[in-house]
Design a protein around this ligand. Structure first.
Ligand code: ATP
Length: 324
């Protein structure tokens, strides 16, 4: 596979080495994090609440100093190169600061005017384009306080898109949105990525990461558990064994005897976890043969596709609080 290079030849647009943050109260929020975010990826930064995602993002953006380790954005060290790098990075962190009494358009004009590096001559055109990009053209004249949460979030994204960006950093961009609002933001993220922008987004929602991300890193208690292409993360985990049979009771008994754990019977379907212990990995074909030998009539036999959730549970030994 050829590695995608960013326009200026940067392979990893975000890279951290041993990045650590211990807050003054002694809380170790991020613990020796080595993160590699490839150019062109939609990178999901996944972890339950309190696992250190926001703290990491704040260090990446130069908002707080790491206790130890280093971080680079677009190949330049942070926070040292913040001035040169940050204009090329759009960020949406902790919700957009909006003025409710101003319209969506006026909010963007005000935001852009506060940026000394933004060109006032192109302001109007850039604001119009950003509103169009996030689908707020029709609502541009409405006061922001009349916006739904999803529209406010889209306006926040528009403020991150007032100039061309090589990287977008979004902290929980769909948090608090209803399903429709979530869909809109996810579609927008996919479109931005299709235009070549690398998108780094944090989320505590596994299915969100599976739906929009090409790559992911999984955090738990300040530590990186794993990272890589989403397809590979899930593929590294074995899915559950699933047998369809008119003899489910007998099938469950035989499978348990052969070391299958967490056996669940639902009508004519019996599922369970393949045995992991022992020197030799268990070949599912042997389990099938044993079922048949025991007189169990097997209609279908297979392994379910492992999800990122299976991978998370296998890696951390913990359940994932999907509802957050
Ligand atoms: N300013 C702070 N001072 C002390 N401790 C903090 C501070 N900010 C965060 N923490 C602690 O650091 C840990 C990581 O928090 P962080 O906000 O980075 O996690 P998160 O994964 O982003 O979770 P959430 O989605 O809830 O924000 C938590 O235990 C949190 O209580």
């Amino acid at each position: 596979m050829t590695a995608v290079l960013d326009v200026l030849g940067v392979r990893d647009v975000i890279e951290t080495r041993g990045l650590t943050k211990r807050y003054r109260g002694g809380q170790l929020a991020v613990d020796r994090l080595d993160l590699s975010v490839p150019a062109g990826s939609v990178f999901g930064f996944l972890g339950p609440n309190g696992s250190g995602k926001t703290t990491t993002i704040r260090m990446l953006m130069g908002l707080i100093e790491p206790t130890a380790g280093s971080a680079s954005l677009l190949g330049r060290p942070m926070p040292r190169a913040a001035r040169a790098v940050l204009p090329q990075v759009g960020a949406l962190i902790e919700g957009p600061a909006l003025y409710g009494y101003l319209s969506g358009r006026e909010n963007l004009v005000r935001y852009d005017s506060a940026d000394p590096t933004a060109d006032p001559r192109t302001r109007r055109a850039r604001v119009t384009e950003a509103l169009d990009r996030v689908g707020l053209t029709a609502a541009a004249g409405k006061k922001a306080k009349a916006y739904s949460l999803g529209m406010k979030q889209r306006l926040g994204l528009a403020s991150a898109l007032l100039r061309p960006r090589r990287l977008l950093v979004l902290d929980e961009p769909t948090n608090g949105l209803d399903p429709q609002g979530m869909r809109e933001i996810r579609t927008l993220i996919r479109e931005l990525a299709a235009d070549g922008t690398t998108v780094f987004l944090s989320s505590h929602l596994l299915d969100e990461i599976e739906q929009v991300c090409t790559h992911a890193a999984v955090m738990a208690q300040g530590r990186l558990i794993t990272q890589g292409p989403v397809a590979e993360l899930a593929a590294g985990t074995r899915g559950r064994l699933a047998v369809t049979t008119p003899d489910p009771g007998e099938a469950a008994r035989v499978l348990k005897e052969l070391g299958v754990t967490d056996v669940v019977v639902a009508e004519d379907r019996v599922s369970g976890e393949l045995p992991t212990g022992g020197a030799e990995p268990v070949d599912p074909a042997d389990l099938n043969a044993a079922l048949v030998r025991a007189g169990v009539r097997v209609r279908a036999f297979g392994q379910e596709r492992a999800s990122l959730e299976d991978a998370f549970v296998a890696l951390t030994g913990e359940g994932f609080d999907v509802a957050g």
